[in-house]
Design a protein around this ligand. Structure first.
Ligand SMILES: C[S@@+](CC[C@H](N)C(=O)[O-])C[C@H]1O[C@@H](n2cnc3c(N)ncnc32)[C@H](O)[C@@H]1O
Length: 247
């Protein structure tokens, strides 16, 4: 069972992307889009791809600055929810407080000033590791909290330049939460000792991406909070890196 197809995760992600923020931590998908906007200043902004878009907040936010943005996710439920929001302008979800207690909450694009941006976005189900031939020529690809959910992150990173325009920008954000049920141990690109030295996921990313990219800026910490119940929250620190395609 894919956890990203469940009612529970759908509700948590609708809250995470479009609901309240907690403990003073700003909205993560919107903040990532803001960083992408800064990185794209003065550059072509024709089309962008949000890989592992979940319920779509970063996709919608990127719609403020790009002519066209595509959000792709493996989860049919997440993509359906993103499409409902795009078409209807609103969606509701159950925000759990405790056990079966909670309330239905509505989020609306109008309240987030995203109605115009929504006209520039589309969503599709798809596998980031097996994208169709239509996915090429992007000025920006954003992959938020995706690489540690892939079966084979090394293969993904080795191939992703083919989807970008020349000088296109790749932005990857991840807490590097390696879990064997998502990424078999044999496919880890870091998170272990190699020849007696620690090798991080960032080390692995640098090695793999160096064939086609150069780093744009120093890695940044981006915290986020996902509310599970009224009294339980996940507080995570992702690391955001940005890369420019040079060949
Ligand atoms: C940890 S969530 C992050 C979602 C979103 N980017 C965010 O930061 O809130 C991982 C997302 O990646 C999606 N995903 C997992 N494997 C994928 C794949 N191979 N291709 C596309 N999406 C995938 C999941 O369905 C889920 O929506």
């Amino acid at each position: 069972m894919n956890v990203y197809e469940t009612d529970e995760l759908l509700s948590q992600y609708l809250g995470f992307h479009f609901g309240d923020h907690y403990f003073g931590v700003s909205n993560y998908p919107a903040r990532c889009a803001g960083i992408c906007q800064e990185l794209m200043a003065g550059r072509d902004k024709h089309k962008a791809l949000d890989l592992g878009c979940a319920v779509g907040r970063t996709t919608f936010e990127l719609g403020r600055i790009f002519d066209a943005v595509v959000g792709v996710d493996l989860s049919t439920r997440f993509v359906e929810a993103a499409n409902t929001l795009r078409k209807a302008g609103a969606i509701d979800y159950f925000r759990r407080d405790e056990g079966e207690l909670g309330e239905r909450v509505t989020v609306s694009l109008e309240e987030l000033n995203l109605t115009r941006a929504a006209s520039r976005v589309s969503f599709a189900t798809g596998d980031a590791c097996n994208l169709g031939p239509e996915h090429t020529g992007y000025d920006l690809i954003f992959a938020g909290n995706l690489i540690d959910r892939l079966q084979d992150p090394g293969a993904f990173l080795a191939d992703i330049h083919r989807r970008l325009a020349d000088n296109g920008t790749l932005v990857i954000s991840s807490p590097y939460t390696l879990m064997a049920e998502f990424t078999p141990r044999a496919n880890w690109i870091g998170g272990f000792e190699h020849n007696g030295q620690p090798r991080t996921v960032l080390d692995g990313m640098k090695d793999i991406l160096s064939g086609h990219f150069e780093p744009v800026q120093a890695p940044m910490d981006i915290p986020f909070v996902i509310r599970e119940t009224r009294r339980k929250f996940q507080h995570t620190i992702a690391e955001l890196t940005a890369w420019r395609r040079i060949r």
